[in-house]
Design a binder for this molecule. Sequence first.
Ligand SMILES: Nc1ncnc2c1ncn2[C@@H]1O[C@H](COP(=O)(O)OP(=O)(O)O)[C@@H](O)[C@H]1O
Ligand SMILES: [Mg+2]
Length: 244
Amino acid sequence: MTRNRINATDMSIETTYNPKKPGTLILGASEFKVADLRDDVLQYDFKASMRFLEAKGKILFGRHFKIHVEDHELLYKLVTYFIEDKRVANKFKIDLNKGILLSGPVGCGKTTLMRLLPHLVPHKRHYQTSLMPCRNIVFGFNNLGYKIIEDYADNKPYCFDDLGVEPIGRHYGKDCNVMGEILITRYDVIMNQKLSHRAQSRCHITTNLNSNEIENRYGERVRSRMRELFNLISFSSVSKDKRG
Ligand SMILES: Nc1ncnc2c1ncn2[C@@H]1O[C@H](COP(=O)(O)OP(=O)(O)O)[C@@H](O)[C@H]1O
Ligand SMILES: [Mg+2]
């Protein structure tokens, strides 16, 4: 019997999607059948998706990576969102035109999941997000000023990582709540788009803050716009730190 092995240190293995075999993802020498094509719709199998994500996670993050059973419920929602299952999304009150605000305690795996999940849908280009640590955005603002806020007001699908840990921005002696301004600017851009285009410019956020803390830090003006931009998906507040 031949066995497929995944080299956990090889970061170069990309997930590939073979249009001739819809629902099958290829990872190095392994194939993962994650979905069946029925009536032109890919029906994903949750357990098979978890097997794929665990294998991909080991490649991206190291052999210690595993899918934790206690995260299944949360992963079910995230998978629903990424595969765009409208029926289940309705059930969970997830709006596919909005982004995801993934919240939870430090170290529970938010950033890791936002890096991992896009690999389940390599054929959906607008799901391939670029992760931007909020701290780095503020450092950029401190150097370059308001240009940075304009730069993030485009319609690229960013994931703003770790909202709430960034310091207040300061450029030429003037203070600015940089992430708050970016979110308000993006809100205006997105709301001026047709509904059918909004899904393309969604952005996502990871944060350790809860809703009250977000409001205290960014104010009601930002908080209320965030409600319209994001689906809140939360780890349990007692989720353990996964740092080994
Ligand atoms: N499912 C997992 N299995 C094993 N290790 C994990 C898992 N999720 C995250 N980790 C590890 O735990 C640490 C924290 O994960 P991270 O995604 O940065 O957490 P957060 O963004 O919620 O603070 C990282 O070192 C990461 O590699
Ligand atoms: Mg993080």
